[in-house]
Write a protein that binds this ligand. Structure first.
Ligand code: UDX
Ligand code: UDX
Length: 462
């Protein structure tokens, strides 16, 4: 079969893999190849055991793999043979030198640009899929177009807005597709090529085009705004706990204002995930770099509130459990950074587990999809840790349950049975406010939600 377009994606991660599977599924006349430097990842993409868990992804990959979707480690050949190249390699926070802990580490990004230059035998469209600091496309253009050999590269920015756990749905029905380009003839032509690919399944009015810097910046700003809403409600949850208000009632009342809207107003133990923290710090670094310190401080406070919220959760546990956790066994329900994913990157559970171990508590980690990652995250951390998938077994003999991920399965467990199996007094700290608190209290638990008055059986607190 001859294909109308040939597409390569460098980086077979959480973004590259699902996004390319969707393009392959929606555009049968495009051949899509995904390459990665990590051979185990590629082997997993080629197996029945995909490297990431995402509802609907198995079916999508099964329907397209070997038809017009291919996974390979041959980056050189991939670059040579394809006309459109997405770059979706990771851009973590820099851990060394200038900007350490804040700026994006662009080494994989630049290395990939140089590989594209080295192996290309014809002109190509190169698309930034990774989230990058504004003006990165300029560096990419300068590297790619540094040779006078008749080969020309057009660089586009096409940030990905999918959320984990709903990646397949988000890719199929995106709120918007954003494509930034140079406003030159070549730039506009390249942009149209990408618009045509997405137009196979995305309604035209949802495909936005813009200048390339706006596109790069919009991704950072979208994530910053989303995280800011969470930090705003989490900040208010601290006040609710003091003022005997209920943060769920407050967020419902606030969110019913159509100008504010109801989404992303759930108080929690804080946001996790690979993007929010990294992207905000990146934005903060950019602002400081441009001398905009007041703007930088404003956005940095979103991360500070997130750290504060996680530490506050531990302090509430300590306070409730008579100021000592030493020797107590605490069960963690959930380790993933959100429900419906096995991903634990930047999960608040990592911080909470470490802090509990510092307090010399024993922990039992439970999660339906993330136990493998949890083990890796806690490797080398001192203290008593057990991993038990079944939430009932995990809670047996524990002094407290800390609910850290909003998995549906925790909502309707046999709570009387769980209560009976635990040490007394038994505590539940609901870090996601998903349980029926009154019911748990009636069973005998001392219940500590986020941003609501606790329900306890201790006389002095009633
Ligand atoms: C990544 C970025 O972290 C994020 O900023 C961006 O928005 C999208 O791409 P994600 O897909 O979640 O997000 O990252 P990850 O799952 O770590 O995947 C990146 C892949 O790139 C890895 O499989 C890694 O092996 C691969 N890679 C990295 C390369 O193929 N070549 C490299 O030089 C470096
Ligand atoms: C986010 C963005 O939503 C997505 O558009 C972008 O492409 C990548 O970053 P993701 O990190 O996968 O996606 O998950 P998201 O649903 O945004 O949740 C992030 C964190 O915020 C999770 O830890 C989640 O539990 C937390 N959260 C979310 C809250 O604490 N309260 C809320 O109301 C919503």
């Amino acid at each position: 079969m001859t294909f109308e377009k040939t597409i390569l994606c460098i980086g077979a991660g959480y973004v590259g893999g699902p996004t390319m599977a969707m393009i392959a599924s929606q555009c049968p006349r495009c051949r899509v190849t995904v390459v990665d430097i990590n051979p185990e990842r590629i082997a997993a993409w080629n197996s029945d055991n995909l490297p990431i868990y995402e509802p609907g992804l198995d079916e999508l990959v099964r329907a397209t793999r070997g038809r017009n979707l291919f996974f390979s480690t041959d980056i050189e050949q991939g670059i040579r043979e394809n006309e459109i190249i997405f770059v979706s390699v990771n851009t973590p926070t820099k851990s060394f030198g200038l900007g350490a802990g804040m700026a994006a580490d662009l080494q994989y990004w630049e290395k990939t640009a140089r590989q594209i230059l080295e192996f290309s035998e014809s002109s190509k469209i190169v698309i930034e899929k990774s989230t990058l600091p504004v003006k990165t496309a300029l560096a990419m253009e300068r590297i790619l177009n540094c040779q006078e050999n008749g080969i020309h590269f057009d660089v586009l920015s096409n940030p990905e807005f999918l959320a984990e756990g709903t990646a397949v749905r988000d890719l199929e029905h995106p709120d918007r597709i954003l494509i930034g380009s140079r406003e030159t003839d070549n730039g506009l032509k390249a942009r149209q090529t990408l618009v045509d690919i997405y137009a196979s399944w995305v309604p035209k009015e949802r495909i936005l085009t813009s200048n390339i810097w706006s596109s790069e910046l919009s991704k950072l700003v979208s994530n910053a705004f989303l995280a800011q809403r969470i930090s705003s409600i989490n900040a208010i949850s601290a006040l609710c706990e003091k003022a005997e208000a209920d943060v769920t009632e407050v967020s419902r009342a606030v969110g019913m204002d159509s100008r504010i809207g109801p989404k992303f107003l759930n108080a929690s133990i804080g946001f996790g995930g690979s993007c929010f923290r990294k992207d905000i710090l990146n934005l903060v670094y950019l602002c400081r770099n441009y001398g905009l310190d007041v703007v930088a401080d404003y956005w940095e406070s979103v991360v500070k509130i997130n750290d504060y919220q996680q530490e506050r959760f531990i302090r509430n546990m300590l306070g409730a459990m008579f100021n000592t956790l030493a020797g107590k066994r605490i069960c963690l329900w959930g380790f993933a950074f959100k429900a419906n994913t096995g991903d634990t990157r930047e999960s608040p559970a990592i911080f909470i587990a470490r802090r509990l171990l510092e307090e010399q508590a024993e922990i039992v980690v439970s999660d339906p999809k993330a136990l493998g990652n949890a083990r890796t995250d806690l490797t080398g951390v001192r203290g008593q840790i057990r991993y038990v998938e079944d939430p009932l077994q995990a809670a047996e003999g524990c002094h407290a349950i800390a609910l850290l991920t909003e998995w549906d399965l925790y909502r309707n467990l046999d709570f009387p049975k769980i209560f009976d199996s635990m040490a007394k007094p038994a505590f539940i700290f609901d870090g996601r406010n998903i349980l029926d608190h009154r019911r748990c209290f009636d069973i005998g638990f001392n219940v500590y939600p986020v941003g609501k008055p606790p329900l306890t059986h201790f006389l002095e607190e009633r």
